[in-house]
Design a protein around this ligand. Structure first.
Ligand SMILES: [Cu+2]
Length: 712
């Protein structure tokens, strides 16, 4: 009898493990109105849903997922984020998996080797921003904690503007959306915030100040809605809330009405429980909460975009509403602690920057950041943190890697330039330096050094890595780690998943503009059809972007066109100015000059120039250099083939959110006596309520005029 039971149990577990879970996902274009403001037709839905359907599995299942692409004239892909699987099933088109052509399908088959909260999304173009993301839930064979119900909260950001245009706009100007977001820094704003010193020192050091986001969104969503009832629940009911940040480029503060949140899992892996008043979630991170409805009330799960431009709410319970605390608008003029290097020092709170310190001062905040838990009855011994970061997470068991393995260390410096909107690693975009080769059996240790003023959520496909913190052997395992502005993070993993795996910033626009690598095992050779596909990998291409500007005034006119790649630029500029007073006659007083330059950037601040200049009724060959001086003054020194020098200085003074002055100074020392005015200048006072246009007064060395300026 005993044997029979054992045999039966064995057979049951055998069949349970062999269970195949089948899903069919069909992508189609869809007309939606997710912001409540505008109906748009570029969205891509899976099975007619945004977010895509929640996929449910149990550890040990065989997943069989058919993905059909019915989007006209567009390729599609699906990547299973955080899932351990064979590289061919990872879903990165042209790297590991064939792209799914319009009208075709691809069947993914892989064994589910883990449990937890994960998600899936497109890895093609900017489809993730258009709606291709959904939850991927794997139930453990045995529940590690008890709860009655589960609810999934998929967080996302939404723009009524086609995401393809968003990327083009950012490449015209990284600050394209600054008006829409209302985050313009100005002299007046700095004075009002009593931060003029910081403002000036940021200009002096050419850092500009903290950037919380790039894109101006129209809505933030939980499960596709700005405000909705996630779950009706009664007092005493206990639920597991699975939160996934599936946004393309938004960090969210997450908080709940009714007190701190009981965090039990991060990136799909159970951690020592913690109470947190707030989570700052980077793109692609997931957290699981346990929540027991305390009273006959309706509790808010609230997300606030880190840049302060919007919120979304999901409600759990029923009856009277209990709101989560309101997050104040971020301090645009806050200082940044440059000594703050996450995980380098032993000081636990050293990674704190004033951005998440909020209204509280640094020292004060750090001091009261952690305190022994008072509240919730049954959770007496659980630590309470104000704002949870990876430093607070503690693994349930040792995550140490095999001690005998050789350690390979690599420093990856995260860099970028908001002005030209390029992002890179070690000074190179992925098209310049695609692959990091690693050896199977080694411990690979990457140290990310963030030299930018933005957060970068760095994600490695196909692995979990340890984030080295002061928790030592209990350092947590993650698939995505936030590297804060001017912060440092070290991760390590045991190289035991042969394949080619993307390592990239999960800000969609940073990924698309270069902040990525492919981690390749030397022991791995891709199948011939995949190797062949890699020749067409869009990661290898340096895409071309366009910018244009025109200025028409009573005393002068100007036009500029620019084609740019990551480090190359081709620019044409034509200018004409009235050199004889303020009259409106279009006679010979109007001088014409222009440049046709090729520019190669050799860093964020330095470029070399070669091209031609038209001046004084003659065309000359020209070479030169440009450099951004302290205080964000753009300087340029040129010499033409006739030996004529030219120096340009340019500086913008943003007085208020909508009023600025551009100062433009040109000095051309006369060598042949044919230049009457060695100094030329243009000083403007412009009103600009939007990125695309400005109007106002323009004073040149010859005349004062009025005009308009447009950018496109
Ligand atoms: Cu990034």
């Amino acid at each position: 009898m005993k044997y029979a039971v054992t045999l039966l149990l064995f057979l049951m577990s055998f069949f349970a493990e062999a269970k195949t879970v089948h899903y069919e996902l069909t992508a189609r274009q869809k007309t939606v109105n997710l912001s409540g403001k505008e109906q748009v037709d570029f969205a891509i839905a899976i099975n007619d849903q945004i977010p895509a359907p929640v996929l449910q599995f149990t550890e040990g299942d065989e997943a069989e997922i058919v993905v059909k692409n019915e989007v006209p004239k567009e390729e599609l892909s699906i990547h299973w984020h955080g899932i351990l699987l064979p590289p061919e099933m990872d879903g990165v088109p042209y790297v590991t998996t064939p792209p799914i052509k319009s009208g075709e399908s691809f069947t993914f088959r892989f064994k589910i080797r883990q449990s937890g909260t994960y998600w899936y999304h497109s890895h093609t173009n900017v489809q993730e921003q258009k709606g291709v993301y959904g939850a991927f839930i794997i139930h453990p064979k045995a529940k590690p904690f008890s709860y009655d119900k589960e609810v999934v909260a998929v967080l996302s950001d939404w723009s009524d503007e086609n995401a393809t245009s968003i990327l083009k706009n950012l490449r015209k100007d990284g600050e394209y959306y600054i008006y829409k977001k209302g985050t313009m820094r100005s002299w007046l704003g700095a004075i009002q915030a009593k931060s003029l010193g910081t403002f000036l020192s940021n200009e002096w050091t050419r850092m500009g100040g903290m950037d919380f986001s790039d894109v101006g969104y129209d809505a933030f969503l939980i499960n596709g809605k700005q405000d909705s009832q996630l779950l009706v629940a009664h007092p005493g009911e206990k639920m597991r809330i699975r939160i996934i940040n599936a946004s393309a480029s938004t960090y969210f503060y997450v908080a709940m009405g009714g007190g701190p949140m009981h965090v039990v899992s991060a990136d799909g892996i159970d951690t020592s429980p913690l109470m947190a008043k707030e989570l700052l979630m980077g793109m692609a991170e997931t957290y699981d909460l346990l929540f027991e409805v305390p009273e006959h009330k309706n509790y808010e799960l609230k997300i606030t975009a880190q840049d302060g431009t919007g919120t979304a709410s999901g409600w759990i319970g029923m009856g009277e509403k209990v709101s989560a605390p309101v997050k104040p608008f971020p301090d645009m003029y806050g200082t940044m602690d440059h000594s703050a290097h996450a995980n380098q020092g032993m000081d636990h709170s050293s990674h704190q920057t004033s951005e998440n310190a909020g209204h509280a001062g640094h020292a004060g905040h750090a001091a009261h950041r952690k305190h022994s838990a008072k509240p919730p009855e049954q959770k007496k011994d659980i630590e309470v943190v104000e704002s949870l970061s990876v430093d607070d997470l503690k693994a349930k068991k040792s995550t140490e890697l095999p001690k005998a393995a050789a350690v390979r260390e690599l420093t990856l410096t995260l860099g970028g330039d908001m002005e030209r909107y390029i992002w890179h690693i070690n000074g190179k975009a992925i098209h310049q330096d695609r692959t990091i080769e690693i050896k199977e059996g080694d411990v690979i240790r990457f140290t990310f050094i963030n030299e930018t003023m933005m957060h970068h959520p760095m994600h490695l496909h196909g692995h979990f890595f340890r984030v080295l913190t002061q928790k030592g052997s209990l350092s947590p395992l993650k698939h995505t780690v936030d590297v804060p502005p001017h912060g440092t993070r070290t991760i390590e993993f045991y190289a035991n998943e042969p394949g080619e795996w993307m390592l990239h910033c999960h800000n969609l626009y940073h990924l698309k503009t270069g902040m990525a690598r492919v981690v390749k095992y030397l022991s791995y050779t891709p199948r011939p059809e995949i190797a062949h596909l890699q020749h067409d990998d869009p990661h290898n291409h340096d895409h071309l972007y366009f910018y244009g500007m025109a200025e028409v005034a009573t005393n002068h006119g100007q036009a500029q066109l620019r084609l740019s790649q990551t480090w190359n630029q081709l620019e044409a500029r034509v200018e004409t100015r009235n050199s004889k007073g303020t009259n409106f006659s279009f006679r010979e007083e109007w001088e014409v000059e222009g440049d046709l330059f090729y520019r190669r950037w050799l860093g964020q601040f330095f470029s070399v120039i070669g091209g031609a200049t038209y001046f004084n009724e003659s065309a000359r060959g020209t070479v030169g250099v440009s450099y951004v001086l302290p205080f964000l003054i753009e300087s340029q020194a040129l010499i033409d083939h006739k030996g004529q020098f030219r120096f340009d200085l340019e500086k913008r003074f943003q007085w208020t959110k909508t009023i600025f002055t551009d100062v433009d100074l040109t000095w051309r020392p006369s060598q042949r006596g044919n230049v009457e005015h060695p100094f030329e200048y243009e000083i403007s006072l412009m009103y600009s309520p939007a990125w695309s246009w400005a109007a106002g007064l323009m004073l040149t060395d010859h005349a004062i005029g009025a005009g308009v300026h447009v950018q496109f």
